[in-house]
Every structure is written in structure tokens, then in C-alpha cells.
Write a new protein. Structure first.
Length: 202
């Protein structure tokens, strides 16, 4: 078991009917002596009235986590933004060794993204949750996202959170005012493929 963490960072996108990531965070919080701060992340989909991070926070309260130990990031719509918008909270907590809580299929992308955004001054440790079973196709999609997003941000220096925030604000397909680049193209292609598959199954 990982010990000595300064913070647990629970990434958004979990199944909110079962809370696999939040339940793992609550378990690890208790194992670490009920002293380690937890950051929940995510605004959720554009049509959600309550940010996902606040729903996760309520779950943590119900499962023994003290209110003072939960901090919420409520703006992000994806993994990259989870780290970008959580960085001020991490800085405020003086957290340098961070347990990243997510499911196995997502962990590789999460760690690569987080290390790139936050830079070498932060140490990210995997805290793997349970959750849904995913196919080889889902893992392949994760690596496609890594490649496309990596291409888009290849000129941004690791740890330069401001530049990553500017990429989100302008070119990112979920956050940006003018979506463009390899990841935007991949997202459009993926959505078109899913639409076609739904139509074929009707």
C-alpha cells in the first residue's frame, strides 16, 4: 500500500451509480489515518446542473470523510482539465506527493497527462479503483487519445500550467472557443462513429 501521500486526487468520469473511484478514495483515506486531504474533480457534462465533484463530495461525507478534508474542483470536463484546474488547490494544500485515483483502463493516460501538466515538482502515484470492465477496444481508444492530445500539446513545456490552460480555453474540443488540432479531429471522428453505430443498431 502507498503511504505518505499529501493528497488524494479523484478524477472525474466515474460511474455515479456505483462510485468506484470515490469509494476507493474513502478507503485509502481511512487507511492513511483520516488526515489526508481529498480533491474531487469535474464539472461533468454540459447539461448537468450539479458538478460531478460535488456529487462525489457528498458520497465521501456519507462514508466517513470529514468535510474539512474534501476540496472540490468544479470546472473541468476531461482528464487534462482535471489536473490544470486542480493545480491551485494542490498548491494551496502544499501537496507534492499525490495519489491519483481512477480505474485501470484510465490510469496510464491519467498519469502521463498529470505528470506533463504539473511537472517534475509533483510526484504522482497510482491509486487504482475497481469499476466497470472494459474491452481491448476501450484501452486502444485511451492510447489513441494519448497520441492525439500529446501531438497537440507537444510544444508546451511540462509544468507550465498557464499554457495548458490556454490550450483548453482555445483549441480543446470540450473547453475551447475554437476547437482544432489532432485531438479535436479524433473527437469528431469518434463521435461520428458512435452516432453511426447507434443508427445501425436502431
Amino acid at each position: 500500500m502507498i503511504t505518505g501521500l499529501d493528497c488524494l486526487l479523484v478524477l472525474s468520469g466515474e460511474d455515479l451509480s456505483k462510485f468506484p473511484r470515490s469509494s476507493t478514495a474513502a478507503e485509502r483515506y481511512r487507511a492513511l489515518g483520516c488526515e489526508t486531504p481529498i480533491i474531487t474533480t469535474g464539472k461533468g457534462g454540459r447539461d448537468k446542473e450539479t458538478p460531478e465533484s460535488l456529487v462525489m463530495k457528498e458520497y465521501l461525507f456519507r462514508h466517513g470523510v470529514r468535510e474539512r478534508d474534501v476540496h472540490c474542483e468544479t470546472e473541468s470536463l476531461n482528464t487534462l482539465a482535471n489536473f490544470v484546474y486542480s493545480q491551485p488547490l494542490l498548491k494551496g494544500l502544499d501537496a507534492k506527493r499525490i495519489g491519483v485515483v481512477t480505474e485501470p483502463f484510465h490510469m496510464s493516460r491519467a498519469l502521463r497527462t498529470g505528470r506533463r501538466v504539473l511537472g517534475v515538482q509533483y510526484v504522482l502515484e497510482p491509486v487504482v479503483s475497481g469499476g466497470r470492465r472494459y474491452s481491448a477496444f476501450s484501452f486502444a481508444k485511451e492510447w489513441a487519445v494519448i497520441a492525439a492530445l500529446g501531438f497537440d500539446v507537444r510544444k508546451i513545456r511540462g509544468g507550465n500550467v498557464w499554457e495548458f490552460k490556454e490550450y483548453l480555453r482555445t483549441a480543446h474540443p470540450f473547453h475551447g472557443s475554437d476547437p482544432r488540432g489532432a485531438y479535436s479531429f479524433f473527437t469528431k471522428l469518434w463521435n461520428s462513429n458512435n452516432y453511426a453505430r447507434r443508427k445501425c443498431s436502431e
